[in-house]
Design a protein around this ligand. Structure first.
Ligand SMILES: [Fe+2]
Ligand SMILES: [Fe+2]
Length: 359
């Protein structure tokens, strides 16, 4: 049986679904994972920065250093989300990030260097003339490696593309939230020991801001406006489940309030006991979030997959879609991706936890 999987990341919805499939597979067979990301070498393409439309109207176009920093931040954000997914399934993992403009070659090399025995990738599934002119990275890897390649999803033959996209986007948002909650748990754990430098309050407050604002302003309203509403319109069948999930959204306010009060009462630099108000309030919020995400991923979404139409899933996907890419203008919802990318660098990678994984 396979012992060590290489899972390449590229930030697309396919890559997100691939991470979910790979961590479930790794958890089931007891394998470990190395998440791999090949960042583009932006210094090799300075012309791209001068391309018309590469900066926001009325603002300065990004400098090379700025573009590089954003690319690195986006890469860290990708890795942090993948690690949160692995931790939720209890799959041991490692990470590897390189700068390389030839992703398929970099993937083959990384798999060899890390001693992996299986590469797990998704494919866009192009065929015919297009396959010859624009082969997918997956196809290139299959051609170039001697290792077996497990293809978890082929988009072109996927009859439920909108549903897959919507589910991948929802899971991705859950992963970023999980990664930030893990980051807060680490900060509190780090403030515990005798050798500790004490509570890093300013970093904690940055993470808490994202952990509260992102669900409240984007994720929960998107769910309630689309997924919950569409299911409710189907009749009484899922009414109780949706009521319970909506109640979770509301209950969170009380847990956040307790945590904010505990943070306000905890000066920077102090040691934090495991039984302190801060640790207790954070544990309560983390457990609440993970229970909620687990209920959505393993009960609500499977029910929705049975009853919603492709057009309805397209509506759901649209509510969660963000289009930010380094060097391009950001919409208000994209601002959360930017915020996550900026805090991802300060996140310690998560350890195994009872996150939104199947029991
Ligand atoms: Fe929710
Ligand atoms: Fe959710």
């Amino acid at each position: 049986m396979y012992r060590h999987l290489l899972v390449p990341l590229d930030g697309t919805e396919l890559s997100m679904s691939n991470v979910s499939a790979a961590v479930q597979f790794a958890g089931a067979i007891g394998a470990r994972i190395t998440f791999f990301h090949a960042m583009p070498d932006v210094t090799a393409h300075p012309a791209a920065l001068r391309r018309p439309g590469s900066g926001k109207t009325g603002t300065a176009r990004p400098s090379l250093a700025d573009f590089q920093a954003r690319t690195q931040a986006a890469s860290r954000a990708l890795i942090a989300k993948a690690c949160a997914a692995a931790a939720a399934h209890g799959a041991p993992y490692d990470t590897l990030c390189v700068v390389d403009d030839h992703p398929s070659e970099a993937i083959v090399r990384a798999a060899q260097q890390c001693g992996c025995d299986l590469i797990v990738m998704a494919s866009h599934g192009v065929s015919g003339l297009r396959m010859l002119t624009r082969p997918s990275q997956t196809l290139n890897v299959v051609r170039e490696t001697k290792l077996p390649v497990l293809v978890t999803r082929v988009q072109a033959t996927d009859r439920h593309a909108a549903a897959s996209r919507a589910v991948a986007l929802i899971q991705d948002e859950h992963r970023s939230l999980s990664a930030v909650i893990q980051g807060m748990l680490h900060l509190v754990a780090d403030a515990r020991g005798a050798e500790s430098a004490g509570f890093d309050r300013s970093t904690f407050e940055r993470l808490l801001h994202y952990a509260v604002e992102f669900p409240e302003k984007h994720h929960y309203p998107s769910e309630e406006r689309t997924l919950y509403r569409l299911l409710r319109e189907r009749g009484d069948q899922d009414r109780e489940l949706i009521q319970a999930l909506e109640a979770h959204h509301v209950d969170e306010h009380g847990l956040v309030g307790s945590l904010r009060r505990a943070v306000a009462a905890t000066p920077a630099g102090v040691r934090v006991d495991s039984g302190s108000d801060l640790a207790t309030a954070l544990d309560a919020l983390a457990a609440h979030e993970w229970d909620h995400m687990r209920l959505e991923e393993y009960t609500l979404i499977p029910l929705a997959l049975e009853v919603l139409t492709e057009a309805e899933w397209a509506e759901v996907a649209c509510a969660f879609e963000k289009s930010y890419a380094p060097g391009h203008a950001a919409s208000p919802d994209d601002a959360f991706d930017l915020e996550f990318a900026s805090i991802a660098g300060s996140l310690k990678l998560p350890i195994a936890h009872p996150g939104p994984a199947r029991d």
